[in-house]
Design a protein around this ligand. Sequence first.
Ligand SMILES: *[C@@H]1O[C@H](CO)[C@@H](O)[C@H](O)[C@H]1NC(C)=O
Ligand SMILES: *[C@@H]1O[C@H](CO)[C@@H](O)[C@H](O)[C@H]1NC(C)=O
Ligand SMILES: *[C@@H]1O[C@H](CO)[C@@H](O)[C@H](O)[C@H]1NC(C)=O
Ligand SMILES: *[C@@H]1O[C@H](CO)[C@@H](O)[C@H](O)[C@H]1NC(C)=O
Length: 214
Amino acid sequence: METTVLIMCFFNSLFIAICYCFNNPVHAIESPKYTVIQSESDFEIRLYNESTWISASSSQTNYSFEHSTETGFHRLYQYIHGANLNSSKLAITAPILTKIPSSTSYGVNYIVRMYVSAHFQGKPPQPNPELKLQLEKWKTQCIAVRKFSGYAKDDNINKEIESLVSSLNKHLDGTSTIIQDTSSYTIAQYNASFRNTERVNEVWIKVSGFRTDC
Ligand SMILES: *[C@@H]1O[C@H](CO)[C@@H](O)[C@H](O)[C@H]1NC(C)=O
Ligand SMILES: *[C@@H]1O[C@H](CO)[C@@H](O)[C@H](O)[C@H]1NC(C)=O
Ligand SMILES: *[C@@H]1O[C@H](CO)[C@@H](O)[C@H](O)[C@H]1NC(C)=O
Ligand SMILES: *[C@@H]1O[C@H](CO)[C@@H](O)[C@H](O)[C@H]1NC(C)=O
């Protein structure tokens, strides 16, 4: 069983690090903390606390979602495995976020992001410069989330994004809530690529106007 898993990881380099963690059921994968502040049948609104993220912007605008996620993840993977000025090892976290560039604005890249593990929140080590990564400090924010299963692919993510936008427009019509990211959306992936059942992915869209803090 373990051999099978390792071989499959080898062929699915994307979430190779998660494979190792998943081989060891004792260690749960860390994720950023949130509170659900509104729950509907097909989406929910989450309040995420302020947090630190590490991000990789793709250098080519023409790459696909899948390709950009894979290459961005590889750079983030090097960072958490010691390619930082302190040679620190950071725990892997989930989800892996991929921000989709807007189809209308030229030159905006895919951005792949990983939450910095709790131990390094607020004091993350600086990435090695050649990786061209950015540390980001997020303020407290509200995010509308739609879950979907299976693999997130270039040919199915747009349908999921459109479904969330349409649900939000229906539910939030006449309220003070505003969709903030009108031009770009984020896909969140939680599972290693060798997991072919019970996969969890999400579309994230930043919203505001729910409460005083987001
Ligand atoms: C939010 O983050 C701050 C510091 O970053 C922390 O002090 C606070 O306890 C967190 N709140 C929750 C609800 O996790
Ligand atoms: C860029 O994308 C377009 C449309 O997807 C494709 O036809 C073209 O071959 C791509 N160019 C390069 C250099 O990859
Ligand atoms: C990284 O190293 C610098 C210089 O030695 C030190 O000041 C800093 O606290 C270290 N940061 C972390 C996250 O360990
Ligand atoms: C995929 O990730 C989700 C969220 O972390 C988790 O609940 C689920 O069990 C994972 N699926 C598998 C097959 O490991």
